[in-house]
Structure formats: structure tokens, C-alpha cells
Unconditional design. Structure first.
Length: 261
């Protein structure tokens, strides 16, 4: 994918959500040790690392699924303790996991509104507002360059990239200011990955703050503004795009120490 220009680093706005020096211990073992990261409006922060690096633990803490053993979370600059993922979602922090939380045999439009269906009428006379929901889905997907001709088709018949974009667009439509994307391109081919990467750029340009979790520097570098490297639960460093090249990022992922001077 052709590299997109990174957003300017000057006058950086206040983070939507920030983790400061967070650690997480399970049965005496450090899954995460003194890691800091921020979700900033209009920025893509890529968190990279191999399996066991601590990426999943960091996701769960940011998403409100786990509380850190030490360190703190700040929401709009104020300390916060989420009582679960629902509280994080209500604060505008949405997480799109690899499994996407979709129902494969259910139509695209039903998956988009799953649990938040629009209705008309009241009480016993209430019914689904199918026309409005279909219109909204079609508009939302068209905005990111995906033309879905048949919204009644099961979402499982879409390509992996299209399903990812439906899940991400759903989060944005329901008010997410911050998006945490868990390996959204991990199982996708080149063309499908490009669909998702283009959407990440669009969301960034619309002012959404994104955390892009990945093990693939070739996917991270074109869209990222900042890069956090994790290994065995520890930070190897946090870098802006101006501070390293794709080759540097790849070397860091491989455990090498490039000359970043």
C-alpha cells in the first residue's frame, strides 16, 4: 500500500484515553510491565509485537475487560476505572476483536445493528425499522468505498476485509471516539488488507483516535503516526514516523537495534 502522510505532530490534542505505566500480573507472572500508550484524536498508534508480547493484555486493559495491577488509565485527562467493556463503550472507546462478534448467517444489516436495532411503534406494536437500518448501513459503507448491493446477504458471505470494515464502521456509527483494532489484517490477503488499511486512514482523517494492534510492520508503517514496540510484556520504545523507517521498524520487530540517530 502506498504510504499515507502522517498527521502533523505539532499541537497534539489531549488523548481520549491514556494508559500510564500500566502493569498486569497473573499468578506472579508479568504479562505487561510498565507500558504507556495514548489514543489521540486523528492519530493511528500502532502496537506491534509477536505472540506473547503483551498486546492482548494491553487491549483488555484499554477496553475495560481487565484492570491493571498497577498504573492508571486517564479518560479525557482524568483518572478512570472502567467497570467492564460496556463502561468503556459508553465512554466512546470501542474494541473490534479478531472474531468480530458477528453472526455469520445473519444479514449484513442485522449484524450492523446487533443489539441496537432501530424500531418504530411502541409496546406490542413495536417492530424493526428495516428500511432506516438498511439505508444507514448502505450510507455508512458507501462512505468508506464499499458498495453493498444486497444487504440481506449473510455477513459470512462477505470477504474478510469487508466484514472487518462492517465491524469497524458499526463502532464508528454508534459514537466511538477511540477505536482499538485487534489484528484486523491478520488473516487477510493483500487486497482485503488494503480495504481495511484504507478505512483506518479514513477514520483517522475524520478525527477518530485509533490503536492498531498488529504483528506486521508492512501493514503498520503506511498508516501509522506512532509505533509502540512490545516484547515479553515490556516496551522496546515508542517512536513517531519521523523517527524511524520501515526498515528500522522491521529490524526492531526482529530484535535488532537499528541506528535511529
Amino acid at each position: 500500500m502506498t504510504a499515507e502522510p502522517a498527521s502533523p505532530a505539532s499541537a497534539e490534542p489531549r488523548p481520549i484515553l491514556e494508559a500510564r505505566h500500566v502493569s498486569k500480573t497473573y499468578a506472579g507472572a508479568h504479562a505487561l510491565d510498565d507500558v504507556s500508550v495514548a489514543i489521540v484524536p486523528g492519530r493511528v498508534t500502532c502496537v506491534l509485537g509477536d505472540n506473547g508480547a503483551g498486546k492482548s493484555t494491553l487491549i483488555r486493559i484499554l477496553a475495560g475487560a481487565h484492570r491493571p495491577t498497577s498504573g492508571e488509565l486517564l479518560l479525557d485527562g482524568r483518572p478512570v476505572r472502567f467497570n467492564g467493556p460496556k463502561a468503556a463503550l459508553e465512554a466512546g472507546v470501542a474494541t473490534v476483536y479478531q472474531d468480530l462478534a458477528t453472526v455469520p448467517l445473519m444479514p449484513v444489516w442485522r449484524n450492523f445493528f446487533l443489539g441496537r436495532e432501530a424500531t418504530v411503534g411502541r409496546g406490542l406494536f413495536s417492530r424493526l425499522n428495516k428500511s432506516d437500518m438498511k439505508r444507514i448501513v448502505r450510507e455508512q459503507m458507501a462512505q468508506i468505498g464499499i458498495d453493498l448491493h444486497e444487504l440481506n446477504q449473510p455477513i459470512g458471505t462477505l470477504s474478510g476485509g469487508e466484514r472487518q470494515c462492517v465491524a469497524i464502521a458499526r463502532a464508528g456509527h454508534f459514537g466511538a471516539r477511540a477505536l482499538i483494532l485487534d489484528e484486523p489484517t491478520a488473516a487477510l490477503g493483500v487486497k482485503q488488507s488494503e480495504v481495511v488499511l484504507r478505512y483506518i486512514v479514513r477514520a483517522r482523517d475524520q478525527g477518530v483516535g485509533l490503536i492498531f494492534i498488529t504483528h506486521n510492520p508492512n501493514h503498520a508503517y503506511p498508516v501509522g503516526d506512532r509505533f509502540l514496540l512490545l516484547s515479553h510484556g515490556r516496551s522496546l520504545g515508542s517512536f513517531t514516523k519521523d523517527e524511524l523507517s520501515l526498515a528500522d521498524l522491521t529490524s526492531l520487530m526482529a530484535g535488532e537495534t537499528p541506528d535511529l540517530a
